[in-house]
Design a protein around this ligand. Structure first.
Ligand code: GDP
Ligand code: IMO
Ligand code: MG
Length: 446
């Protein structure tokens, strides 16, 4: 092992202490990942755990994310700013994020109107999204539909990998920005021409628009790698907030119908500069059913009335784009796969309230494939895998979930308790948190 210091953790009474203390020697870095296709409720759980955390860092994605936090009668929709901001915790945006400066300033303004001034540091190494990335995203979508959020995510990551990107450290320095734009904007115009897409900006006009914005961003830019590592070395609790979901990961997801980043737990290291030995734990977030926005294979998708019913009951409309989410049954082979590639052995099971009162519920236990029955999802055969279902008895919802959650697990409807045990046995993971409503109070920790 490396030269880092192990921290002996003393058992505390807070939620995050209870979760972390399941290992004796720990470094308290905890990754929260979506175990399905995104929108599982990561924002809610990151907010829930943030009350006891020291800092929260986003490690990939960009403003394609839409993380909802509900407190009292307020609903916050966060796209770039980590969900820990609502508790006033120290927040970071890591190098793995593709950063849209206009979206960030807008989000900051919205939060300020609600009395929240985030304490946030942005890595100088993250790549910046410009209008031309969004134009490219729209142009590519018109030629080949992935169903992207059109936030410029794919083109910005493509520029990063092909070494045409513009990093934050270049963005906030006028001379460096102009130099980089002079090298890149003409090339963008040529690329957009291939799609017959009108793009008339020049390096000068792009500079004119963005140099003022960059001045507003500059005070937030700090070298965050040292800070994050020191915090972990000192035994502070750092939450790595994943965006999207494991099945949207560029390597492990349903390629090409994926996002362009590493949304799985491995991305937490490459996206922050924190080495893997310092990550203690990963928790998967999964709905009691499954949803997907955009194109691509979805083995357990429900067509027709039942799907519509779940969509309406679960308010399954995109937080970022407002698009109706496709709805399907809980897919155990998918979550087993997700557990494997992320390394989580526990999940938070979300939106159990949505399935209450619906009668019998289906769960996919394995797939029928050309190679016979398989128990685990494979990205390579996702298009043709046929789900095999079991049906379980449902449960009636209690009138007041907040009260039910307060009374504890044993007071929940029997059918729901049995469902939790059943899912745990199917996926081989503990359900350490159960969510029965959008608010903080509608959360049970087991
Ligand atoms: P994220 O992208 O993973 O953070 O998830 P989103 O915020 O995009 O979508 C989750 C939606 O479900 C949000 O509107 C949440 O407020 C809501 N939500 C979270 N947990 C629950 C729950 O247990 N029950 C219900 N009914 N809604 C929930
Ligand atoms: P959160 O963090 C659900 C989907 C898009 C599209 C694909 C590629 O809120 O869970 P992109 O704009 O990233 O190039 O789009 O990924 N997608 C999401 N779906 N939740 C998200 O984020 C998503 N971010 C991207 O719908 O299918
Ligand atoms: Mg979302």
């Amino acid at each position: 092992m490396g030269s880092f210091r192990f921290v002996k953790f003393t058992k505390g009474s807070s939620t995050i202490d209870n979760i972390l203390s399941s290992r004796i020697l720990i470094m308290p870095g905890i990754v929260i990942v979506g175990a399905q296709f995104g929108d599982e409720g990561k924002g809610k759980i990151v907010d829930y755990l943030s009350q006891d955390a020291d800092s929260i860092v986003r490690y990939q994605g960009g403003a394609n994310a839409g993380h909802t936090v509900v407190t009292g009668n307020k609903k916050f929709k966060l796209h770039l700013i980590p969900s820990g901001a609502i508790w006033g915790k120290k927040c970071y945006i890591g190098n793995g994020v593709v950063f849209d400066p206009e979206e960030f300033l807008e989000e900051l303004d919205t939060l300020k109107k609600d009395g929240i001034t985030p304490n946030i540091s942005i890595s100088p190494l993250c790549h910046v999204i410009f209008d031309f990335h969004k134009a490219m995203d729209a142009a590519e979508e018109s030629a080949r539909k992935v169903g992207t959020t059109k936030k410029g995510i794919g083109p910005a990551y493509a520029d990063k990998i092909s070494r045409h990107g513009i990093r934050m450290c270049d963005f906030i320095d006028d001379e460096r920005l102009m130099k980089r734009l002079a090298m890149e904007v003409e090339r963008k115009r040529e690329s957009l021409k291939l799609y017959n897409s009108e793009y008339n900006d020049t390096a000068d006009s792009v500079f004119k628009k963005y140099s003022g914005i960059a001045k507003k961003i500059k005070p937030f830019v700090h070298h965050i790698i040292g800070d994050l590592n020191t915090q972990l070395d000192e035994g502070k609790k750092v939450i790595f907030e994943g965006a999207q979901g494991s099945l949207l990961d560029v390597d492990f997801g349903t390629y090409p119908y994926v996002t362009s980043s590493s949304s799985c737990s491995g991305g937490a290291c490459t996206g922050t500069g924190v080495p893997p030995m310092k990550i203690t734990k990963c928790i998967g977030i999964a709905k009691a059913y499954c949803t997907r926005v955009g194109e691509g294979p979805f083995p357990t998708e429900i067509h027709g009335k039942t799907g519509e019913l779940i969509r309406e009951r679960g308010a399954e409309y995109g937080t970022t784009t407002g698009r109706p989410r496709r709805v399907g049954w809980f897919d155990a082979p998918m979550v087993r796969y997700s557990s494997l590639v992320n390394g989580f052995k526990e999940i938070a099971l979300m939106k159990a309230d949505v399935l209450g009162g619906m009668g019998k519920i289906k769960v996919c236990i394995e797939y029928e494939t050309s190679e016979g029955k398989v128990k685990r999802f494979s990205s390579a055969t996702a298009e043709t895998a046929k789900p095999i279902y079991e049906e379980v008895e449902g449960w009636e919802n209690p009138g007041d979930w907040k009260n039910a959650a307060k009374k504890g697990f044993q007071s929940l409807p029997r059918g729901l308790r049995e469902f939790v045990d059943y899912i745990e046995a199917l996926i081989g993971c503990k359900i350490s948190m159960l969510s029965v409503g959008p608010s903080r109070e509608e959360t049970l920790v087991r």
